[in-house]
Design a protein around this ligand. Structure first.
Ligand code: CUA
Length: 350
């Protein structure tokens, strides 16, 4: 495990997956634990290997002794007590320090409270992308707004790129994630912000992180979940509270209605897209695939593997399997015109 982590430490800031370059108290707690465990086990390794090498050399077969065995010793109470007590003590210390870190990192979500600036998001792992449902912020439920400008009972849902607020002026902004799976086991892992947390079918897990450092934090599914496990990337965009709130305000809105795009929009709605995808404010209400209401505000497509731009959207709509083999979206055999219309419509979803 250590080798990929050390290698990743040398990459550029935007691809930084190093557990040693921490940006949150939770990740820092994991880092100090890792270093402490490494120091203790490293010390044991050196002592054991030292005694082994010493014994191999000291008691090797020698011509001077005529090849005879050295004196054999049987039973020693002090040695037996020592080699039982010492490992037990080491294990005890490791259990204590690990429990302390678990305690700091695995906090169950508190009830939402107005004024605590806490964000609650439900993360759903899916083959092979992440769904984020924005549930509560600062004690208030997050609700999407309908085309009539009124609040609906739908939550705000987005995919793969998680936006969260940064702490400001010494006031932390905690982010509680509730993690579930829609299919198989996945694991949410953004090394600079916190530890791995599994998403397990039929079970609800939770995790917490907070950071004062705005920026892009990359992560990766850390539990083998099928063909495209390696391309189940995730991005956490940490913004100032005002930028985050502006982003959230826009996410709450229904999809933009551009009257110029009547034909492109009806093309999208007449194809199978709407069976799986949701575009809020339109009849497309599928809940199986990523929510596309504000698709163009995401920087990447297909769980972080390609840049979100017209050319890649075109490739994706024409034949998703050529971009991400095995993904659950099939090619629909669209004509060039149908594909162009759909892409033209998608490009307006900001
Ligand atoms: Cu999801 Cu591996």
């Amino acid at each position: 495990m250590l080798i990929p982590v050390l290698l990743a430490g040398g990459e550029s800031a935007t691809q930084n997956l190093s557990i040693f370059d921490t940006a949150s108290p939770q990740a820092e707690s994991i880092r100090s634990l890792a270093l402490l465990v490494f120091a203790i086990t490293g010390f044991i390794f050196v002592v054991v290997e030292g005694i082994l090498i010493y014994s191999v050399i000291r008691f090797r077969r020698r011509a001077a002794t005529g090849g005879a065995e050295p004196a054999q010793v049987y039973g020693s109470k002090p040695i037996e007590i020592a080699w039982t007590t010492a490992p037990a003590l080491v294990v005890f210390v490791l259990v204590l320090v690990t429990a302390r870190t678990l305690w700091e990192v695995n906090v169950p979500p508190p009830p939402p409270k107005v004024g605590d600036n806490t964000l609650f998001v439900t993360v759903v792992g899916r083959q092979w992308w992440w769904e984020y449902q924005y549930v509560h912020y600062n004690g208030t439920p997050i609700r999407a707004v309908g085309p009539d400008g009124k609040e609906t009972d739908q939550p705000v849902i987005t995919a793969n790129e998680l936006h969260v607020p940064a702490g400001e002026h010494g006031a932390p902004r905690r982010v509680f994630l509730t993690l579930k799976s829609a299919d198989v086991c996945h694991s949410f892992w953004v090394p600079r912000l916190g530890g791995k947390t599994d998403l397990i079918p039929g079970r609800v897990n939770s995790t917490l992180f907070q950071t004062d450092k705005p920026g892009l934090y990359v992560g990766q599914c850390a539990e083998y979940c099928g063909t495209q496990h390696a391309k189940m990337l995730l991005r956490v965009v940490v913004e100032s509270p005002s930028d985050f709130e502006a982003w959230l305000e826009n996410e709450r809105k229904p999809a933009v209605e551009d009257p110029e795009l009547g034909s492109a929009r009806s093309m999208f709605l007449s194809q199978s897209c709407s069976n799986c995808h949701r575009v809020r404010g339109t009849p497309a209400q599928g809940a199986y695939a990523p929510d596309l209401t504000h698709l163009m505000r995401r920087e990447t497509l297909a769980a972080g593997i390609v840049e979100n731009k017209a050319e890649n959207l075109r490739r994706w709509v024409a034949d998703p399997q050529s971009v991400k083999q095995g993904c659950l979206m099939p090619a629909f055999g669209l004509s060039d015109r149908e594909r162009e219309d759909i892409v033209r419509y998608l490009l307006t979803l900001r």
